[in-house]
Design a protein around this ligand. Sequence first.
Ligand SMILES: [Zn+2]
Length: 113
Amino acid sequence: MKTEQVRCWRTGLKGELFITYPEGDMGHRLICCTACGKVYAVNVTKQLYIEPDLDAHLSGKMCIGCGAALDTNWRYYPEHYLDESGKLRAFERTQIIPPDEESVIEAFPEVFS
Ligand SMILES: [Zn+2]
């Protein structure tokens, strides 16, 4: 997996989570490994053309953070994330996109590259 630069915003109570707002067929979604919490990017355009079914695409892929099978250990992030104690928690996504000037660029391993 190669890393891709992802435009996202810091969110969550302490600003510790990242959130993306892909538009149409552009941008990135984020997923996380539910075993270790490692965050991955999903390039929406690549997903559309290569394999829309993420379970199928992640079949046989291992988490680069912990080695767990990704197809059975992924959830959408930050709707689901691991807290500091390793507990899987839920975060409610807001539909209001924060201002552009508050966005940050982060690098995440991208599952289609
Ligand atoms: Zn992992």
